[in-house]
Design a protein around this ligand. Sequence first.
Ligand code: PMP
Length: 758
Amino acid sequence: MITAIQSYFSEEIISITPLGGYDNLNYIIETPNSKYIFKTYIYDEYTYDLLVEENKILIYLENFKNIEIPIPISFNNKESLVIIPINNERRICRVLSYIDGTFLGETTTCSKEVLLSLGKTIATLNSNLIHFKSYFYKSRKWEWNIENLLLNKKYLEDIDKVENKRVATYFMNQFEINIIQKAVGLRKSIIHNDINEWNVLLKENKVTGIIDFGDVAYSFTITELAIAIIYATYSNEDYLKNALLIIESYHAVSPLNEVEIDSLYYIIAARLVISVCNSAHSRKTNPENNHALISEEKAWKMLHYLVATNPIYFSNTIKEALGFKVEKTKNIEEVKKRRHKHIATILSISYSKPIYVEKAAFQYMYDAYGNTFLDAYNNIPHVGHSHPKVVKAGQDQMAKLNTNTRYLYDILNIYAEKLLSKFPTSLNKVFFVTSGSEANDLAIRMAKKHTGHNNIMVVEHGYHGHTQADIDISDYKFNNPKGQGQKDYVVKTEIPDTYRGRFTKNDGTAGKQYAEIAIKDIETSPNKIAAFIAEPIVGCGGQVPLAKGYLKPVYEAIRAQGGICISDEVQTGFGRLGDYFWGYEAEDVIPDMVVIGKPIGNGHPMAAVICTDEIANSFNSGVEFFTSFGGNPVSCAIGLSVLEVIKEENLQQNAKVVGNYYKEQFGKLQKKYPCIGDIRGSGLFLGFDIVKENSTQPDTKLAHHIKNELRERNILISTDGPADNVLKTKPPLLFTKKDVDTVVKSTELILENYYNNI
Ligand code: PMP
């Protein structure tokens, strides 16, 4: 080796030592007076041109003399690159000056001094490079330039954990929306583009050298700062606190503008995404190669931290630190006043201190002040707020075609087939509409048409929607002190509640007893019943599951007198209950109609009535049915994506596992605090009944106290039930055990304080 190189090299080579690490084709050369880095690369034209360009930058930077950088050393032939055969391979060889110091990666914790020095150094580097022109770099389009983030999309498939894949995909989508579409205020220049902990050299707690200019790019200048922040902070969980030190000292040398500050969150995330995508891909193509595993884990941790932190908080914190004006107190009263100018107060707002939301991601909602709320309440964003796959499905279809069912288009058929595959074969017709209310209204109309009967049997405390027909069948509404009262065609039957009701043995005994009451109601109804409608778990009634063994005899009795059975799965459907995809499955019955809504479109206004052929045929003979929006292509695309995500991310199983854990943890709390009278529900559709001690008497005040205190601790749940004393929790199905711990720990603290203060 020495002889091969010596002939090109003017100084006497004493030794050549391979550099550590996985890449052993870089060496340290020692001569009597000096040390050099000797680097070799397999020859190809592109690499050669790249190295020529890199050497130009190094020579350019050398003039500034404010940062130590490797300087290209010429060979005997005056060239700084030579092609030498090494081990029978043509290799491009270069020699660079050796820079002394310890790597940033060798320091266990980065001190304040180091971080400040890092910010200053990279700002200096960026300033040095402002006027460096390179058409080569400007035209280089490759995956590690953040502007080309989307080139990494193909690697998303290589990410194995669903919780990671969805976050990476989310940040890719967010980058398109928040950076690519708004990039006007972002400065661009040639940047080093890889300020990682093994490319930064320190001497006495100061950054003195930067090495490895192999990833230089023409890109958003702020990317340099973003990359430096990642690698200098990702080993320690105080990310933002440490980042601020780097940012402040960077800003002192090279002032940032507000657009850059607002972008930093997304640019950091995007760079992390490039890194994890490439790691996932290289592991897939070369499973033995685990060299990046530790940094990969750190990168994932930081990405999840960013989701839980939120972009508003991130940029507000930076702006405050840099002395920018941050509007901290958006006046809620003003916002409310503006709303009430045109929106009636009957549309209520949750909490005495309303939440003024601006963005949301997965199980988090971000308010306008930069607070992150853990959403343990909203079941409509079933697969998570702003789920990237659902967002993309809507965007793509909206850009392609949106029309109505008077025309033929494939996605309606594809979606209908996919949705109906989730039902038993007898349920094989679907009517798409745009809300749960509309679906129940339609279901009742169809039931009446099919049976020729007029009466509807409903369950006490049930809720089925806001149209007149729905309100008439919703005890929750018509029986409200301000309600319209029970119509004479409505038969209300007692809620089969095994906690507070008259029969409590939930081994099938109570179910049977309640069914006997319902059957009596059917028999004594003056007119025949067209339909019996019930939710498997009565949500507005306080998350009350129908007693075991109840539905079957009631269904039989309804059918025996010529009626049909409807399961209102608006709340309980799509795997939320964990053990079952639809709530009725728990009771070994098959309804004649199923009404679905809420989670079906993850927030997009969709709903559907599923029924048998016979019922659909009866309806066929009536006046034409048409709805402008039901079953439109965009809704179908979104609905399809929701079904896909549930499957791909195994969310039904997650609802089961996390839901059981949730119940278990609240069970532990119940032992300590008997005010938790009952823990009920299934999967991630749960209710915690708050009672006065040693009774089943509702403690509404305490339930509200817990709800409001949880809100103060940035956790969203609600209360419901006739006495409004049941804590209601039905989070997006990607909720984790860690999220459960957050809710349970906070509830425990609230109860502890509460009892200490009475
Ligand atoms: N059925 C049930 C069981 C519901 O909980 C709701 C809404 N809370 C509806 C129907 C009505 O659905 P929407 O609000 O979409 O009209």
